[in-house]
Design a protein around this ligand. Structure first.
Ligand code: SF4
Length: 299
């Protein structure tokens, strides 16, 4: 088992950031599509909040070795589960010890955000927490319940709006194919609805893959759950974009190795037609139509 100071994951976009471990593992760790802390990377990690002094020592080390000018990612499955005063102290320390920090970011769970007051969220924003990455995965309550996400659409909407109102940018993750064939339509319509309600700063797609350490593996093997084909995944993305409300101005990325396209937009309100036309052309491409479904068991 890895200790919390040894980090397992960070968003792809934070690949060149300075990683400062704040929490280890995940306080929930029950999502049926997630193997991150259940052995997917060859080891497990228990949930823990690191002692403040240890985190500060890591920041001191980074300063000593001249890690100035980098973005800083406060690592761990859900650092926002930690008390606000502890997080404020860490963000402040980063800003004092490191020069020209491009941004400070971390993962966040919706229920952790809802446990904090508006004043606490504002304090985090003012101290310099710039952006949080949150796994919405789906806007469908049916899919969220089946996948044991532990959060419903209403809570995501509330948490998302409160973060944005506090001045913290929000990047949401959507998992294509998470409803399988059975719930693909509901997954599309409800995800578009939740994105429309929140209008997050950014949303990003990734594609469901199921490795043997993930609880959903058994359902895949028994045929209870089925993976969408490349074209079906592209169609889900296309239909989510097509069903967004006119108010949505989010940046959109496909910056994950699991995806079947890499289209992006700086403002989906402006680029919606381009996005849909491009995805239509991919879906009609005979090479993509014949492409076998890849199930990545290591990423
Ligand atoms: S998806 Fe996120 S919340 Fe769910 S078990 Fe994995 S790390 Fe925890």
């Amino acid at each position: 088992m890895l200790p919390p100071e040894q980090i397992i994951i960070r968003p792809p976009v934070e690949a060149y950031s300075l990683l400062i471990a704040v929490t280890g593992g995940c306080s929930w760790n029950k999502c049926r599509f997630c193997g991150t802390y259940k052995g997917m990377y060859g080891t497990t990690q228990e949930y823990a909040i690191r002692p403040l002094e240890d985190v500060k020592k890591d920041i001191d080390q980074a300063a000593k070795h001249n890690y100035h000018g980098f973005p800083v990612f406060l690592a761990g499955g859900n650092p926002t589960s930690a008390p606000t005063d502890y997080l404020v102290e860490i963000v402040k320390y980063v800003r004092v010890k490191l020069r020209n920090v491009q941004h400070v970011s971390c993962y966040a769970k919706a229920l952790d955000i809802l446990r904090k007051t508006d004043e606490e969220l504002k304090k985090l924003a003012e101290t310099g927490l710039d952006i949080v990455y949150m796994g919405l995965e789906s806007g469908s309550n049916t899919v969220l319940r089946l996948m044991k996400k532990g959060t419903n659409a209403k809570s995501f909407i509330k948490a998302g709006k409160r973060l944005l109102n506090a001045g913290i940018k929000l990047s949401l993750y959507i998992i294509l194919g998470l409803g399988g064939h059975k719930y693909t339509e509901e997954h599309v319509i409800e995800t578009a609805r939740v994105l429309t309600e929140i209008n997050p700063t950014i949303f990003r797609f990734r594609t469901l893959n199921i490795s043997p350490s993930i609880p959903l593996w058994e359902d895949l093997k028994s045929g209870e759950f089925t993976l969408l084909s490349p074209v079906e995944n592209l169609k889900e993305e296309r239909d989510i974009i097509a069903n967004l409300g006119e108010n949505v101005t989010s940046q959109v990325f496909n910056d994950h190795v699991s995806n079947y396209c890499s289209i992006e937009s700086a403002n989906i309100k402006i680029d919606r037609e381009m996005f849909i036309t491009t995805l239509d052309s991919y879906m009609n491409d005979p090479r993509i139509k014949q492409m076998p479904r890849k199930n990545l068991t290591r990423m």
